[in-house]
Design a protein around this ligand. Structure first.
Ligand SMILES: Nc1ncnc2c1ncn2[C@@H]1O[C@H](COP(=O)(O)OP(=O)(O)O)[C@@H](O)[C@H]1O
Ligand SMILES: [Mg+2]
Length: 415
């Protein structure tokens, strides 16, 4: 007997459905339908399968599993009229759905079942598991592994999964959930005013909860071009491994700096870079401070008609650059996806005793390096730690800078 099943699904469900890679990683903010959608997927998968399947749903602890993913699962089943108490083994926490056995267990109390094999695995709140927990489950899973979590901390996913090519990453936020009430939405959006770290993790679904991050910053919609003035563009070179990045840096006279990412791409030749600069309308006066480690690239781009020069790094240029930047309140435009990600991931090294060292991890720093070059060359400390921005009349003056973006008014010099 066949019957039709109609389900109401979000785009998160569709993305999980379409993902054919071994690992399907759902990273997202609070209430973004991660868990619900994966459970729907597992149910449809179970119904569709003509062969016997085993699906394991796992969380770190059973008490938290019972009130979340286990409850949701049975609620969804019941809402589809698929629940039959005879198929539910309440002592073993398993459910037989057609040919498929769905088992629920926690890491804390199921050594036995961890060791058994399965076809499909769903790890709910995966960041609660250790890498060893994950490893043991992974090697005994035949087909696909689904993970969901809020990006509240850097964990084994970042080292072991993020950069593999058999991973589909599905990012979601509460905005992907059309089933939330007005009050639920307001409750999440309140975070933007009350706690930026939490807003980033549970609102925007971005990594950033690590209190060990080097910078704090505020996302903004646009650069306030009426109060801020352009400083320069920063460029870091990459090629096949790392991206080439270009960031514009603006400053106002209240110590706010505004950053906007223009380029963040791999495999760009110097010609490609020059083409992009032209596309952005960057003229031959706009100063570009670039990584001095690539004099040849700088010279080539300079010969193509741009005002690009090497950053003067000086001793301790990493710490020095960070120090200069941290004297400002940093604002990053919301379109600067990669720069935002780097800011949320760039952190100080923690030694094995948990002490923070005075040295950042050399990762997530490509766009940040571009900004740092501008800081080192253009935002050096003045005596009072304040900048006097004055209008000078002579555009030929050495210290003068021109505008990029829309030209308006005069020429500004920062002293
Ligand atoms: N497809 C759906 N149909 C109906 N309600 C849904 C659906 N997806 C999500 N929801 C509702 O949204 C809530 C939050 O979704 P959930 O998957 O728990 O979010 P997350 O795991 O991303 O935090 C669920 O408890 C449920 O009430
Ligand atoms: Mg969830």
């Amino acid at each position: 007997m066949s019957r039709e099943l109609t389900i109401q699904a979000t785009t998160v469900f569709e993305k999980n459905w379409d993902a054919k890679t071994r690992f399907v990683v759902n990273i997202g903010g609070s209430r973004s339908t991660k868990t619900y959608s994966i459970l729907q997927f597992l149910i449809v998968k179970a119904i569709e399968s003509t062969e016997p399947l085993t699906i394991s749903v796992v969380r770190k602890s059973f008490p938290s599993m019972r009130i979340t993913v286990l409850r949701d699962f049975f609620e969804i089943l019941k809402s589809y009229d698929l629940y039959n108490v005879e198929n539910h083994n309440k002592s073993e926490n398993t459910y037989q759905l057609n040919n498929t056995l769905i088992e629920f267990f926690s890491i804390d109390d199921a050594m036995k079942r961890r060791g058994s094999k399965r076809n499909i695995l769903f790890i709910n709140e995966a960041n609660e598991l250790t890498y060893e927990d994950f490893f043991q489950l992974n090697i005994r899973t035949e087909d696909q592994i689904f993970l969901d979590f809020n990006p509240s901390e850097i964990f084994w996913y970042n080292d072991h999964l993020q950069h593999r090519d058999d991973v589909t990453t599905i990012h979601s936020t509460y905005k992907d959930n059309p089933f939330l009430s007005y009050e639920q939405i307001k409750e999440i959006e309140r975070l933007e005013q009350t706690d930026l770290q939490y807003w980033k993790i549970y609102g925007l679904g971005q990594f950033g909860g690590s209190f060990n991050t080097v910078f704090t910053y505020v996302p903004v919609d646009t650069i306030p071009t009426n109060t801020a003035k352009p400083v320069a563009l920063g460029m870091d070179f990459g090629y096949s491994q790392d991206p080439t990045s270009l960031v514009e840096v603006w400053i106002d006279n209240e110590n706010n700096i505004y950053l906007n990412e223009l380029i963040y791409d791999k495999d760009l030749t110097n010609q490609d870079i020059a083409n992009k600069l032209s596309e952005y309308g960057i003229d031959r006066y706009t100063e570009i401070i670039a990584d001095s480690a690539e004099p040849k690239s700088i010279e080539e781009i300079r010969r193509m008609g741009f005002n690009i020069k090497p950053a003067v790094k000086g001793p301790d240029s990493i710490l020095n650059g960070i120090d200069i930047l941290k004297r400002h309140k940093i604002h990053v435009t919301k379109e600067s996806t990669n720069l935002l990600k780097e800011f949320s991931m760039y952190k100080w090294i923690t030694d094995k005793n948990g002490n923070t060292l005075n040295k950042p991890v050399d990762m997530y720093n490509h766009a940040i390096d571009a900004v740092r070059y501008v800081a080192l060359n253009k935002l050096r400390k003045s005596n009072e730690g304040k900048y006097n921005i004055s209008i000078v009349g002579n555009s030929k003056m050495n210290s003068a800078r021109t505008f990029f973006g829309k030209p308006s008014g005069g020429i500004y010099a920062i002293r």
